[in-house]
Design a binder for this molecule. Structure first.
Ligand SMILES: *Cc1c(COP(=O)(O)O)cnc(C)c1O
Length: 357
């Protein structure tokens, strides 16, 4: 059996969820869209079901998968519906629904529902992706209040740059939000992971942690609260071949790496078809039998190569951690010019093994 696999530590997931609630003193929707950022949405939802205030996903397909697995907690559709026909299922499965555009508001007003819905009305406070314009926000709220299809309204917005701790732009977005919701008597939700970890004064009756649940920091620099997160996923494999090369020998596709000294090269069963980033350069950290080493040469589809020269006790069959509790996914991502979000979401082919279920 191929030794590549991803271990998913559900105790760490629960620890991170509790940390989100503890530091925010708010209700927390566990964001498990995109198959829980590659961690397996159903298993993650089951692990959190006893304590969670609710879940958030990107679309109705993701929500129905959870309902089919018996998840009964509230589930918020972060982009609402894509077609008005979805409202039937939204009602039937008691899903919470974001309204981010006027066309959704109009479709909701015209829908024929027998039970009213919980609506999260989204403001564009500066990200300029989805959300209502600040000038339209209060009027949209009043329309929803009058709408027989609506039972409860939560006001929300999303940050564009909350991971930049020295930037005033998040405070500006909060100011836009505060002005737009002036006089509206409803709960609010602003904070995603970086805002939750880094912006303690931002109001939020509901927080929406995503990446922090999986134990990865959204920040490029060290941050005190993020240091308390526990990595959930460990991507690991084994050395399947070893060779000794003299100095001056190329390794792998494109001869991107040429040995500078006599080198012991280890071949690991892990490649970009598993989601390991092809753009990770020579020098990207790995752990081999618990000791630090580095990637060398180009990542192939099914294999990659590491430097064993300074690890004489390691060789065929040695355990390699690509990311996890020792090699942080955020470090690998920084080397590869991406973010831990994308590393996790790109995971494929490797079996997921759950611990602490
Ligand atoms: C994905 C998402 C989140 C979670 O973001 P993280 O940075 O992973 O915490 C929160 N809110 C909305 C609207 C999202 O789309």
């Amino acid at each position: 059996m191929r030794p590549a696999r991803a271990l998913i530590d559900l105790n760490a997931l629960r620890h991170n969820y509790r940390l989100a609630r503890e530091i925010s003193a708010a209700k927390a929707l566990a964001v498990i869209k995109a198959d829980a950022y590659g961690h397996g949405a159903v298993r993650c939802a089951q692990a959190l079901a006893d304590e969670v205030d609710g879940f958030a996903v990107a679309c109705i397909e993701e929500a129905l998968q959870l309902r089919e697995a018996g998840i009964a907690q509230p589930i918020l559709l972060l982009e609402g519906f894509f077609e008005p026909q979805e409202l039937v299922l939204i009602e039937q499965h008691r899903l919470w629904c974001v309204v981010h555009s006027m066309w959704q508001l109009e479709a909701l007003e015209q829908a024929n529902l027998s039970q009213p819905l919980t609506i999260w009305l989204k403001l564009d406070s500066g990200m300029h992706r989805v959300g209502l314009h600040p000038d339209d926000f209060a009027a949209a709220y009043q329309r929803l209040m009058k709408c027989a299809q609506v039972e409860k309204i939560v006001l929300m917005s999303h940050f564009a740059r909350a991971d930049e701790l020295d930037c005033s732009c998040s405070a500006e977005q909060v100011a836009v939000f505060e002005q737009a919701r002036e006089g509206l008597d409803a709960e609010v939700s602003l904070r995603n992971s970086p805002a939750l970890l880094g912006w303690p004064d931002v109001p939020s009756d509901w927080v929406r942690p995503g990446i922090m649940l999986y134990g990865a920091t959204p920040f490029e620099q060290a941050q005190a609260v993020a240091a308390r997160l526990q990595p959930v996923m460990t991507l690991e494999s084994k050395i399947i071949s070893v060779r000794e090369l003299p100095a001056g020998q190329p390794v792998g596709y494109g001869a991107r790496f040429v040995t500078e000294r006599p080198t012991r090269v280890g071949v690991v069963a892990m490649g970009y078809a598993d989601g390991y980033p092809r753009h990770a350069p020579t020098g990207t950290p790995v752990m081999i039998d618990g000791k630090p080493s580095r990637l060398i040469g180009r990542v192939s589809m099914d294999m990659l190569t590491v430097d064993l020269t300074d690890l004489p006790d390691s060789g065929l069959g040695s355990r390699v951690e690509l990311w996890g509790k020792q090699v942080l996914a955020s470090d690998v991502a920084a080397h590869a010019g991406t973010i831990p979000y994308q590393l996790f979401c790109n995971l494929r082919r490797v079996p997921l093994l759950y611990l602490g279920g």
